[in-house]
Design a protein around this ligand. Structure first.
Ligand SMILES: [Zn+2]
Length: 92
């Protein structure tokens, strides 16, 4: 089963990665949450691909303009990446 969301209250589920990644890359995520996210990603192939995609997108956007990415753009990226996530996990 590719379900990497452990049924523990301290675990992070894949779908939460999308919500947290922006803050994570910002460095604005609390240390505990950051470590949880990293821990999850290390053991989750789909999330690794997701992070790489997100990082690539952010880096590309950062190169265009050397300023912090507006939250509106970040929200757009998140929704785009969410859609990509939805497609890279084929429905049974
Ligand atoms: Zn995951």
């Amino acid at each position: 089963m590719p379900d990497c969301g452990a049924p523990s209250p301290s675990s992070i589920e894949c779908r939460q990665i999308a919500d947290l990644l922006g803050d994570y890359l910002d460095g604005s995520l609390p240390k505990a949450t950051r470590e949880l996210l990293e821990w999850h990603i290390e053991g989750c192939g789909p999330c690794v691909a997701f992070v790489n995609t997100y990082r690539g997108t952010v880096n590309a956007a950062t190169k265009l303009k050397e300023v912090e990415i507006p939250s509106e753009l970040k929200q757009r990226l998140l929704s785009v990446l969410r859609n990509q996530r939805a497609t890279h996990r084929p429905s049974a």
